[in-house]
Design a binder for this molecule. Sequence first.
Ligand code: HEM
Ligand code: HEM
Length: 234
Amino acid sequence: MAHLAHYRQAHPITFVITHWVNLICMVMLVLTGFIIHYPFIPGVMGAARGVHICCAFVILLNLIYRIVAAFFVKSAPTGGTREVEKDIKSFLPQKDNRHQLGAWIKYYLFLKKDHPLGAKYGVPQKLTYDAIPLLLLCIAFTGFCLWVPTSNAPLFVGFTDLVGGIMNVRIIHYFLMWVFIIFIMLHAYLASIEGLAPLRMMFRWKEHKGLVYSPESHTIVGEDKGEEDNKEKS
Ligand code: HEM
Ligand code: HEM
């Protein structure tokens, strides 16, 4: 199946950078989290804790910036177009996604060969992206219950008591890490299942030719053959 063109407008550079920051921080948080959980390398516990809390603050600031920027920065609401609108719209219900949840679930369950054509993010993809900030806030909250400078604040101590003590907070924090690990594995797999174009865009900000889509008529209106096509035209 031919794919929609991947234009930079779908992922403005500022979101490519926030994505890199998420990825680097996540890798560091998981690595240092494992070292804190299973101190298998002697003598690095202090450094692991320091890096862990540092990356925690960076990823939280990055999250705040990403959410605020979604209301100000414009991005293309689908692949295959350079037309843009407020980025936040891609994370809310869109006309292009209407009634597609069932078809997407069938595609993910291997009951359907092709997925529906629609907005930039498929329905389950969009729901997952919306859940990520909430999950991050949950893991951060339990992290602050564990962090000595904040663990005695009434909000955090209240939660620690509610769940039955610091050991249970550690278990919740550790369990949430596995939710992130599973998300990242599925996300990386699904992002690359149809070729490397989405990865090239998200990591190197490189465009890729393909079908052209009109957000007004919600149909394919042509094909962008990239440089070959442009040479022919000039
Ligand atoms: C975003 C805010 C976060 C904060 C404030 C935070 C904070 C903390 C703190 C204070 C500890 C305890 C360190 C110690 O015992 O000295 C800890 C442990 C840990 N963190 Fe985080 N963390 C955060 C995010 C994450 C993320 C995103 C992951 C992984 C995806 C993660 C994985 C872990 C693991 C596995 C442990 C060891 C738990 C245990 O068995 O005790 N943390 N974190
Ligand atoms: C191996 C790691 C990763 C790979 C290969 C990857 C790949 C991608 C790709 C290709 C896209 C564009 C999807 C599209 O346009 O349909 C994307 C978007 C996205 N990814 Fe990842 N990603 C990775 C790690 C992460 C991590 C660690 C997070 C967050 C904790 C994350 C959160 C997101 C979000 C929220 C988007 C939506 C785009 C945006 O924020 O502007 N990704 N990712």
